[in-house]
Ligand binder design. Structure first.
Ligand code: SF4
Length: 399
């Protein structure tokens, strides 16, 4: 039996609107927006970035998940894993009775036509999709259009004989799904580079590829073993490259990585060969770009004592917002409002150490304090409200 696939919702948008508003929206955040993204309370001023929180893709994915639960009340509804990288949202979905195939208790689960499987906003690999289709599950596909756009480019690169160089995290679900698209085309290949340091290693290899060197080749293969397509041969597969990126990377870094590859290909093959050896498309999604632009604008427009960035520690776009802010002001990336322990202590993911840490004396104890606030694309507004309320308490007369 061919699977039934819902890609445009399940006609229950209005039916779930109430519970979504109750679970994720915030009256206070709306009031702050209406007041020019500024909130004054005693000695505290909160400046909210102009773009923050749920993006269009996450909004849609969460909406479809609730619709699926309501549409199939007596069937088992699964998510392949976290629908988005926010523990609170995932917990709320569990509370609705939605099960997670990524849980140890569901490992190796035999799926069948009665099961409903929700595909997350960042998509699934081709092999995962095949598994669900072969089992004739009902599928609710929430893959974001911006992710589909990356897949389109990667597929085209593979068809035209280009290796996809993906600026991203090779272990991230979205990048795994994107890379799997390249392999669907006969001869399709990919290489994932995490940052400019890794891009530099690959670019040096390209520049020096006219002089074969087995030691260099072995080191390359070892370094990128987990980040490249099976059988990847740098001497063969870096002769024609097309750049793409995970949608939530730091856009300035993605652009820089693309330019590094362009220059390396130019240096190795010459200007006249560039059109047949190098391709690039900026596949950072507009929501990620808007959030990054908004914090840059906030940082440039008002003096801040510190910045708080709210979002899951495994949320790529949130981590990148924190990186941008940390270059300008003391920045605390908190997973949720519980991270604000007291006026004296804050639990956060250190931007430089990339580990959770508890810092002391993070909040000025006297005088006016100006705090910038933003949240990642998978953070609901009610968590932003809770952070603002805590800041009010911590800076209030009784604190
Ligand atoms: S961050 Fe961008 S690509 Fe990811 S779900 Fe949101 S809009 Fe889509």
């Amino acid at each position: 039996m061919p699977p039934v696939i819902f890609r445009k919702g399940l006609d229950l948008k209005h039916a779930v609107a109430g519970v979504l508003a109750e679970s994720y929206h915030s009256t206070l955040v709306q009031e702050i927006k209406d007041a020019g993204y500024r909130h004054d309370s005693g000695r505290l001023t909160v400046h909210l970035a102009r773009e923050f929180g749920f993006c269009y893709g996450v909004d849609r994915a969460v909406d479809y998940a609730y619709q699926a639960r309501q549409r199939f009340p007596s069937r088992t509804v699964y998510l392949t894993g976290e629908i988005i990288h926010n523990p609170h949202v995932n917990d709320q979905l569990r509370a609705q009775g939605i099960r997670f195939l990524s849980d140890a208790s569901e490992a190796g689960k035999a799926l069948g036509p009665d099961d409903v499987v929700i595909l997350p906003a960042f998509g699934v690999t081709v092999s995962e999709l095949r598994r669900f289709m072969q089992a004739s599950c009902t599928l609710v596909d929430t893959t974001c259009g911006s992710v589909l756009n990356v897949w389109k480019n990667v597929t085209r690169y593979a068809r035209e004989g280009f290796t996809s160089v993906i600026h991203g995290k090779y272990w991230h679900e979205e990048t795994c799904a994107t890379a799997s698209q390249a392999l669907e085309i006969d001869g399709g290949r990919y290489l994932v580079v995490l940052d400019k340091t890794e891009a530099q290693i690959v670019c040096e290899y390209i520049r020096e590829s006219h002089t074969p060197d087995q030691t260099r080749r072995a080191a390359f293969l070892e370094r990128f073993a987990a980040a490249s397509s099976p059988g990847f041969d740098p001497d063969r597969d870096l002769a024609r490259v097309g750049c793409a990126n995970q949608t939530t990377m730091l856009s300035t870094e993605s652009l820089a990585v693309g330019e590094m590859f362009r220059e390396a290909m130019r240096a190795r093959y010459g200007e006249q060969e560039l059109p047949v050896r190098f391709r690039a498309f900026d596949t950072i999604c507009s929501a990620t770009q808007d959030r990054q632009d908004a914090v840059l604008q906030l940082l440039a427009s008002v003096p801040l004592d510190l910045m708080i960035v709210i979002g899951g520690y495994n949320s790529s776009n949130t981590c990148n917002l924190a990186r941008i802010c940390a270059e300008k002001v003391p920045t605390y990336h908190v997973a949720d409002p519980d991270g604000l322990i007291s006026p004296a202590e804050i639990r956060h993911r250190s931007v430089s150490g990339k580990r959770e840490a508890v810092s002391s004396d993070w909040l000025p104890s006297t005088g006016p304090v100006a705090i910038g606030l933003t949240s990642g694309a998978s953070t609901p507004d009610n968590l932003v409200e809770q952070v603002v309320r805590k800041l009010e308490r911590f800076t209030g007369p009784a604190a």
